[in-house]
Design a protein around this ligand. Structure first.
Ligand code: HEC
Ligand code: HEC
Length: 504
């Protein structure tokens, strides 16, 4: 016969350690949760690429930390707000998808704050495609202007979607699940709802701060207002600035062969950016990195450094079509006579008395809005950037004209002039009155005869192209005219010059 207390003692013997464990359990759980949270939410791991071209296209410069969109929200939004896109997905904004990739060229990914986050890198504005004919496959060229990417429409998409009633977990999370986003219970119930709320707040804040942009004429693909955006970073009161400095939209430039751009043959630094406001390519790179969402504490100098080193020697691709070499030979002395002093001896040798210097606005006489958008006040503020770092900015200054830049790979840099107001090289050699007053931007089909992208078609392969109107403020196509600029030459000489420029 068992005594009852035997039974109790047996139970007690079982219960005691369990009770003890129960006391510990919350602590153990707390530690496990903390370890998980630190592991998950403390991790900061960019997707990295050993190959430099892959790094340029998809590598992180650090921008996701401060500005990154949660990866799955990025993927879901075109499905949540299709009415705010011109067509299907991000490709309809002129972003380029390589076969088999889930992100377009110029978008990088990092695991940060517990989720995959994505943001832009240099390639989004400095890489694009060219096609020989509407039926041909596009070739991706790294370092050329992203002449198809409409960054303002990109901004508008996020701002408009964030303002709509659909920017909520109830709409976004189901789209993610439908794409097999593999969200865990924690993601679905906590992480993503919080991330969606934070992202909406941030986008609405940015929308308010960047609203001056939407008072400007549309930029169209391949253009951005760099320095008014920089003023926003410094909290300039945009609505109190004089109207004449609020129109800075200009073309994305090519960024290859930065090495020979660092020094002129007389040992001076080239003054570059369209208006020549900075003499140091290192600062131009770091300044550009603000465009990729980085700030002094979040920038990845190593990752930018890899891009920087690669750009020093990166070459533009050669002209891929036939060249009439006799005609080009005739163009060479004309070029040397009229152009070499300002633009360099040829496409690789950038020597010339005025290369990398600024031609005063009265002389070049092109549209002055971009020049006026860059102000002395902004230069002073930029000199505070990276204060406390060895690479504090010290080379930004106000200029009074546009820079005489090298013309390497000029065939891929159409449309021409800083504001992209002239569709082809052949048109640039005509006086402004004979240049097209409207044309279409954003086509990657090439026109080897006029040297530029096809610009007389409103639509290509189902994609609507952008009608650029040179009569709108900031879009003027005048300037770079007169005897010194070759526009008075006989037509046959202009043809010869253009043929020679194909070798650059
Ligand atoms: C949002 C688009 C955008 C992004 C992103 C961007 N750039 Fe640019 N970049 C521009 C524009 C526009 C200019 C011309 C600015 C001007 O002078 O008005 C420019 C100018 C430059 C120049 C000077 C070119 C010259 O010869 O004058 C360099 C070098 C450059 N970028 C490098 C980079 C690097 C490196 C990155 C990545 C860290 C980057 N850019 C990211 C748009 C961009
Ligand atoms: C006095 C210096 C000077 C001379 C001479 C000159 N240019 Fe220019 N060129 C410039 C400046 C400055 C710009 C930029 C103007 C702007 O963007 O508003 C420019 C722009 C260009 C561009 C457009 C570059 C781009 O990326 O959009 C081409 C092409 C060009 N010049 C070709 C020529 C040719 C060809 C000649 C000779 C027939 C010539 N230039 C003579 C100063 C000069």
């Amino acid at each position: 016969m068992q005594r009852p207390d035997d039974d109790t003692s047996l139970t007690a013997r079982w219960l005691r350690p369990m009770r003890r464990a129960a006391l510990w359990l919350p602590w153990v759980l707390a530690v496990l949760v903390a370890v998980y949270a630190v592991g998950r939410f403390g991790a900061d791991e960019p997707v990295t690429y050993r190959d430099i071209a892959e790094h340029f296209k998809y590598g992180s410069t650090g921008g996701e930390r401060e500005s990154g969109f949660p990866y799955w929200i990025w993927r879901a939004l075109p499905k949540v707000c299709p009415e705010h896109l011109p067509g299907e997905g991000y490709a309809s904004l002129g972003m380029i998808y390589e076969p088999g990739k889930d992100l377009p060229v110029g978008v990088s990914k990092r695991f940060h704050l517990g989720i995959d986050r994505v943001f832009l890198n240099c390639a989004v504005c400095h890489a694009s495609t060219v096609r020989d004919s509407p039926g041909a496959a596009p070739r991706l060229v790294l370092g050329m202007p992203a002449h198809r990417f409409d960054i303002r429409a990109f901004e508008a998409f996020f701002f408009n979607c964030a303002s709509s009633a659909k920017f909520r977990s109830e709409f976004i999370v189901p789209e993610i699940e439908a794409m097999n986003g593999g969200l865990s219970w924690l993601d679905r119930t906590v992480v993503y709802p919080v991330a969606i709320g934070l992202m909406r707040e941030r986008l609405l804040m940015l929308k308010a701060r960047f609203d001056f942009v939407f008072d400007q004429p549309e930029w169209g693909p391949g253009r951005v207002d760099t320095f008014n955006s920089a003023k926003v970073l410094f909290n300039f009161p945009m609505h109190q600035l004089p109207a004449k400095e609020l129109l800075g939209a200009s073309d994305f430039p090519s960024i290859w062969l930065q090495g020979p751009r660092m020094l002129r043959d007389d040992g001076e630094r080239m003054e570059l950016h369209w208006d020549g406001n900075n003499t140091h390519t290192e600062e131009r790179n770091k300044s550009a990195a603000f465009g990729t969402g980085t700030t002094p504490p979040t920038i990845e100098l190593g990752a930018i450094g890899r891009v920087e080193d690669w750009l020093l020697k990166r070459q533009p691709p050669p002209w891929p079509y036939p060249i009439d070499s006799a005609l080009a030979q005739r163009g060479m002395p004309l070029y040397e006579h009229y152009c070499a002093d300002c633009h360099g001896r040829d496409g690789r040798d950038f020597s010339g008395a005025r290369v990398g210097h600024v031609t005063p606005i009265a002389d070049i006489a092109s549209d002055r809005a971009r020049l006026d958008s860059y102000t002395y006040e902004l230069a002073v503020n930029q000199a505070t950037l990276y204060a406390g770092y060895p690479h504090r900015f010290r080379h930004f200054r106000k200029t009074f004209g546009y820079a005489n830049m090298p013309l390497d790979g000029i065939w891929l840099r159409a449309p021409y002039l800083h504001n992209g107001s002239v569709p082809s090289l052949r048109d640039l050699l005509e006086p402004a009155a004979r240049r097209p007053s409207t044309f279409y931007r954003g086509n990657d089909v090439y026109d080897p005869a006029r040297v530029g992208f096809v610009s007389d078609r409103a639509e290509e392969g189902g994609q609507r192209l952008f009608l650029f109107d040179t009569t709108l403020p900031g879009n003027g196509n005048r300037g770079h005219e007169g005897a010194a600029y070759g526009t008075d030459l006989p037509a046959a000489d202009k043809d010869a010059l253009v043929e020679y420029l194909k070798t650059f």
